[in-house]
Design a protein around this ligand. Sequence first.
Ligand code: GTP
Ligand code: MG
Length: 696
Amino acid sequence: MLSTMLLDQGFVATDITHQTKAKQEVIRTGAWRCPICTYDNEDSMSECDICGALRNCLVRISQTGDSTAGGGRCKSSGASVMVKSLFASFRHRAPAKSVAFEAKNDAVLIEDAFIIRRNFQEFLRAFSSQKHQNINIAPFKFDSPSPDDLVSTRLHSSKLDSKANFKRLSSLDMSTREREKNILIESELGTEGPNSSSASVARDGGVKERDFASDCGIKPEILVSRMRSVSLSSKSRTGNVNEETGTSNLEYKPEAWMIPDQAEDRLSQLNLAIVGHVDSGKSTLSGRLLHLLGRISQKEMHRHEKEAKQQGKGSFAYAWALDESAEERERGITMTVAVAFFNSRKYHVVLLDSPGHRDFVPNMISGATQADAAILVVDASMGSFEAGLDPIGGQTREHALLIRSFGVDQIIVVVNKMDVVEYSQERFEMVKQKLGTFLRSCGFKDSSVLWVPASSMENQNLVATPDERLFSWFHGPCLLDAIDSLQLPARDYSKPLLMPICDIIKSQSQGQVSTCGKLVTGAIRTGSKVLIMPSREVATIRSLERDSQACKIARSGDNVTVNLQGIENNHVTAGGVLCHPDFPVRVSNHLELKILVLDIKIPILSGSQLELHIHHAKEAATVVKILSLLDPKTGKVTKKSPRCILAKQNAVVEVVLQGSVCVEEYAESRALGRVSLRSSGRTVALGLVTQIMKTQ
Ligand code: GTP
Ligand code: MG
């Protein structure tokens, strides 16, 4: 596939190590061939348009007969080490591993109004007793193609097919609500406040990371990206877009009930994502916390223990409180995000237990995109921590980067399984030093990272002071105190309602659907009318639930189930958005993005097929134009219309999606203006939506 791509772009797949002849510049009329990547450049070019190798240096090399160039060992070609590594590594690359996914069912179709999977009442009972639900984002089977595979092979998943009507909906004339304005995007990771967000990764210092050299010879570099002060044209969400009502230029003013009363005696909701490499103990930690805090009864725990033992998986008893499906239990891994609730002294915590296995990163993205803060769980045991931090197969890095790109800047690192390393301080310090360096490079400030050594299995340092084995050298907060020390991000009550739909519970009862998600802005209450996008249907809120308890009002930051009436099942989809009827979210399949490319090996080219994730939606995306490369430090354009984007470069690209998504420009809404791009089961870039273009 790679060679096809290269050939498509004018590359010749050449083993540069063995063909010294190819090192020499081939001067043809009006063109010269780059000996590094073999691209035929215009004669007027002084450097290769593809890999940046300087022509003069190459001429010198060929004249002096220096044939050591290539194979990643070229010392004086003028091409950067990164570029040389990139091209040198092509021939070593194994074909993309095929990852199998089952096309996602958008929702579970149920028998009657109150059934989810089996029976909704049953679900609610289970929900209230177990205090959690599973966000059923993407059922997985190994014997069907993964979403990434669907993208790369240009197949249509059933989800994509179901979005065929998006085009019709989004073709509604958007120009009426377009207004031009210049917006200053300040998005520099690590320098923003608690509600900050960005899709770039940055670091403050000059710490170099050297311990995790990848096997292709690319020296890991610190990921630095400062998407700074870029003036851009933006069309904002205004209240004049509803063709049906003909309303125009409405100015949004929140009503009194939408602003929380300071005197209100209610704990604030904190959405806490539990992320980390597979098997680091996330579900065990979550189950243990819920049990210790009385959210899982002794009786239930006995049942989990008994059942887990019967299946020869005794050690998974706590994890089973979260991993409910037969497949998850059988395989001993989490596949969908489980949602659970508990109260700390300060917060009503919504726990989002993410899957760690790389095949389920899309599910992790959908769940963790709601996070206000995160717990990154790492396994302290020998070899396991290192495996998690491995740049190729480890999910510790990918999860940390994704979480940061969702705007999360407070993180608790639980160094779990300390029992396995006999509560060694030395091991803890080693983990802290290595992971700390990486987290800094992602833009996490040292002051926003809390380190908690713990053992979920032996209940050490979770909700109380640990015993002597840890306490002899660790005097910091236990996990529960660390959670209470987190700061709640600023909530935006001043803007109209936006609630991306994470999951839906369809009903066969006429006109009733339940949606789950976190309110990004605004507020709703029982009886409110909401606009469902992209279907543009209006429904009434029949009831609201927070932690399976009925509530009357939900505001920005709240994670709730919204029971709607007056709406047909097929007009509500996960990945859609609930909005204020006069202020619809925008819908498009054509976006301009500012992206930071991660540690990729295959360059991103015009025509590259990727998978775009935005809040709870994902769509196949084609890069249709690479507009410019940006200086990571200043954000200024360094090159217009480059042919490709390499690892760690910042760029502005235009993408066209297979189906339309609900989206806002980043300057308008951070939560709806952030994207991640994936390919072949890996996150390849993080980005911000800088412009929403006319649907194609
Ligand atoms: P995924 O969700 O699949 O990524 O895994 P996970 O991170 O949720 O891990 P899980 O909780 O399923 O635990 C994996 C294994 O680690 C289980 O066998 C647990 O018993 C074990 N485990 C979890 N925490 C600890 C711990 O503190 N000490 C020891 N010794 N084992 C632990
Ligand atoms: Mg798990």
